[in-house]
Design a protein around this ligand. Structure first.
Ligand SMILES: [Zn+2]
Length: 281
């Protein structure tokens, strides 16, 4: 075949491939339009994952610490908790098989930090390992305050009744010293965003043994009373319940849980703290 004709054939084939690609793209675009209005999905993981968190500081507070159980004198001493004094820290819960809450929260915080950093956020943890003691609850709160964090999530797992299932978020009520008033509304919105995203990512039900629709509002937690930036506690499941525990001990489940926390934080920050769930009454 003459070189010139071969060149024309090659060019024609390239044209056909290009046309096929364009047709495929047009079809996909049309289907997307049919799906909705072409906008990014409202609360879906794909939508929030595309949001850049550059310039935002997020503090993750993994509850308890690996050294707490051997340091009673340190963690039992009283520290200011927002109008009253409370123990510096506690040992935390564990599953029936002995998987401790401090290990769970530290693992989950690290996984969540990786995801949020990939989205551009500056992420600071309140403790850098799982072998220390504390820090005390007032110091944990100070970390978020000093960094003027856009949001703080204290990560926990509950030690509830054996028959109780599910996860819940804890939003702040007005502290006894009335010093956390400015964070109440945005924290409740953060709680709502986390509740939605965490449930969607993990499939865990809302807690059936306390609160209302997976949320409680409390004024007895120093970590919430002392915060001056939006902050909630997330109780990721009930370690005392065998069904919940079977999920919490699974690394693959914790990977999904981390995505849920990151998605909840991302949704809250994307909305600029101006939208979210109403508090339970
Ligand atoms: Zn805890």
């Amino acid at each position: 075949m003459p070189v010139r004709i071969r060149r024309i054939l090659v060019l024609q084939m390239a044209g056909v491939v290009l046309l096929a690609l364009m047709a495929g793209f047009a079809l996909r675009f049309a289907l997307n339009r049919l799906d909705g209005d072409g906008a990014a999905p409202a609360g879906g993981a794909a939508g929030v994952a595309a949001v850049s968190l550059a310039g935002r500081t997020i503090v993750l507070d993994p509850g308890h610490d690996g050294g707490n159980s051997g340091a009673g004198a340190v963690i039992n001493r009283l520290v200011p908790a927002g109008g009253f004094d409370k123990e510096c820290d506690t040992v935390g819960a564990q599953t029936a098989a002995g998987y401790p809450e401090h290990a769970f929260t530290f693992d989950l915080a690290q996984r969540t930090a990786v995801i949020l950093r990939a989205r551009g956020a500056r992420v600071v943890l309140t403790r850098g390992d799982d072998t220390g003691v504390g820090p005390c609850i007032d110091q944990r709160a100070r970390t978020g305050n000093d960094l003027r964090a856009a949001a703080v999530v204290s990560i926990h797992a509950d030690g509830g009744p054996v028959t109780g299932r599910g996860f819940h978020v804890i939003a702040p009520a007005l502290s006894p010293d009335k010093a956390n008033a400015t964070i109440l509304a945005p924290s409740t919105r953060l709680a709502g965003a986390l509740r939605t995203a965490f449930g969607a990512a993990t499939g865990l039900p809302l807690a059936d043994y306390l609160g209302r629709e997976g949320m409680t509002i409390r004024s007895d937690l120093g970590g919430l009373n002392l915060s001056r930036v939006p902050k909630v506690f997330l109780e990721c499941g009930n370690m005392s319940n065998s069904t919940d525990a079977a999920a919490l001990v699974e690394p693959a489940w914790r990977a999904r849980a981390a995505t849920g926390i990151a998605d909840g934080l991302t949704a809250f920050l994307r909305e600029g703290g101006t939208a979210g769930a109403a508090p339970p009454d």
